[in-house]
Design a protein around this ligand. Structure first.
Ligand SMILES: O=c1ccn([C@@H]2O[C@H](COP(=O)(O)O)[C@@H](O)[C@H]2O)c(=O)[nH]1
Length: 229
């Protein structure tokens, strides 16, 4: 079974991340390593998680000049990760450089463009001086991301129906901002439940605190599976 669930290991260091991995199973989920955990645990932690059989989404959201981002995604591919991402707002030349960098990798990871962070609302965008809504901006950036040859985007599942219609069935929609019913949204603003996200056309569900913050994370993960079955 290939699970659509990516568990976000947002822990302050390697020990709790490895302990949780020992309670979960690669058949039930993939694992996401983000900025905090990678800064503490580094490539060695990624390797340890991969040695346990998990595929890894290295969520470092690279955003820099094209040459620098190309080198960063090449380094991520050398780690053998399953998925890596860049900020789509880095623009065409940056994304094309990233796509070219991973194209010839021995283990080519899925390369994903981050559109509008799921923690951002329309009001947050307006405060930055943008005139588009989050939904409009996601559409613009997803079109550019696909044109640059990337495999998909990070977006909210709220935008998934429109993206499925415009970008087709094969474009990966990686959706954080997932909450089990009743869980606090916290800093997230564009939030959807697991079942609703899949019904809307999401490919992968990124779930952090609804699983890692549960008294029994394995039970919470199994609850998600029951909900989406
Ligand atoms: O737009 C984005 C991009 C990435 N994330 C990451 O996903 C998880 C979500 O964690 P929760 O605890 O389920 O809120 C986290 O690692 C973020 O860095 C995102 O939330 N939104």
């Amino acid at each position: 079974m290939t699970s659509p669930i990516l568990v976000a290991l947002d822990y302050p260091d390697a020990a709790p991340a490895l302990a949780l991995a020992d309670r979960l199973a690669p058949e039930l989920c993939r694992l996401k390593v983000g900025k905090e955990l990678f800064t503490r645990g580094g490539p060695q932690l990624v390797q340890s998680l991969q040695d346990k059989g998990f595929e890894i989404f290295l969520d470092l959201k690279f955003h820099d000049i094209p040459n620098t981002v190309a080198g960063a995604v090449r380094a991520a591919a050398d780690l053998g990760v399953w998925m890596v991402n860049v900020h789509a707002s880095g623009g065409r030349r940056m994304m094309e450089a990233a796509a070219e960098a991973v194209a010839n990798a021995a283990n080519k990871p899925l390369l994903i463009g981050v559109t509008v962070l799921t923690s951002m609302s329309d009001e947050d965008l307006a405060e930055l001086g943008y005139t588009w809504t989050a939904a409009e901006r996601v559409q613009q950036l997803a079109a550019l991301t696909q044109d640059c040859g990337l495999d998909g985007v990070v977006c909210s599942a709220l935008e998934a129906p429109a993206l499925r219609a415009s970008r087709g069935e094969d474009f990966c929609l990686v959706t954080p901002g997932i909450r089990l019913a009743g869980d606090a949204a916290g800093d997230q603003r564009r939030v959807v439940t697991p079942a609703d996200a899949l019904a809307r056309g999401a490919t992968y569900l990124v779930i952090g605190r609804s699983i890692t913050g549960a008294a029994n994370p394995l039970a919470a993960l199994q609850r998600v599976h029951e909900e989406i079955a």
